[in-house]
Ligand binder design. Structure first.
Ligand code: NI
Length: 225
């Protein structure tokens, strides 16, 4: 399931983050690439030892964890500190699957990556190309969102970023360990959750809606780890 999450950051928050990012130090994305990625990764990343990294990263993490749609879809157990990348001058990232385990750079904890998230920080008209192409069971999806919007997809999805042929594409990206590791179970819980919310809005908390809500929580209780 690929899910578009609108307005994780509002335009003012995006502008503030962009202003800080513009003044910061960027390094070759190869510094954090594994052996498989090293031949296909052509981008830049915000240096994680940059003095403002922790603050910027926290702004994005908090905004996501405040967003009910992100919480419902990702069922986050541990959100790794968001990082920042930029693509320019033909920069791209070929087909790959993200590493299954990442280390939290602040705590040293090993985290299983269940959900990948990209928060777009450039408007689509600021650059040519740069689409995120992600595969799921229904085929390939092309994603290019407004600044402040995010896309969430299973970390097991094959994906790539198309070459940026003009302008600059800036984004934040991060991984989440979910309470529910299986993408299909997460998608089912999300669908049930969203429909219960709609039903509650339409008919209120009838005994049936209360029972369905209970059913959601029983499933979550069975599947959460
Ligand atoms: Ni990736």
């Amino acid at each position: 399931m690929l899910l578009h999450i609108p307005e994780v950051l509002n335009k003012q928050e995006v502008a503030t983050i962009r202003q800080i990012l513009d003044a910061e130090g960027w390094v070759d994305g190869l510094q954090t690439a594994g052996p498989q990625a090293s031949g296909i990764k052509h981008n830049e990343q915000l240096a994680v030892d940059s003095p403002l990294f922790a603050d910027l990263s926290q702004r994005v993490a908090e905004a996501l964890q405040r967003h009910p749609l992100f919480v419902a879809a990702a069922l986050p157990k541990h959100v790794l500190p968001p990082m920042f990348n930029r693509y320019l001058n033909g920069g791209h990232y070929g087909n790959h699957i993200d590493n299954a385990i990442q280390t939290d750079r602040f705590t040293g904890q090993k985290i299983r990556t269940d959900v990948s998230t990209t928060v777009f920080l450039s408007e689509p008209d600021e650059y040519e190309g740069g689409e995120l192409i992600a595969e799921d069971s229904y085929g390939c999806h092309e994603v290019k969102l407004a600044a402040g919007d995010a896309i969430v997809y299973p970390s097991t999805s094959l994906h790539r970023v198309e070459p940026v042929t003009s302008g600059v594409r800036i984004a934040s990206f991060l991984w989440t360990q979910s309470l529910v590791r299986d993408a299909w179970r997460r998608a089912m819980l999300f669908e049930l959750d969203m429909n219960i919310l709609k039903l509650r809005g339409q008919i209120g908390d009838t005994p049936e809606v209360v029972a369905l809500t209970g059913h959601y929580h029983k499933l979550l209780q069975q599947w959460a780890e």
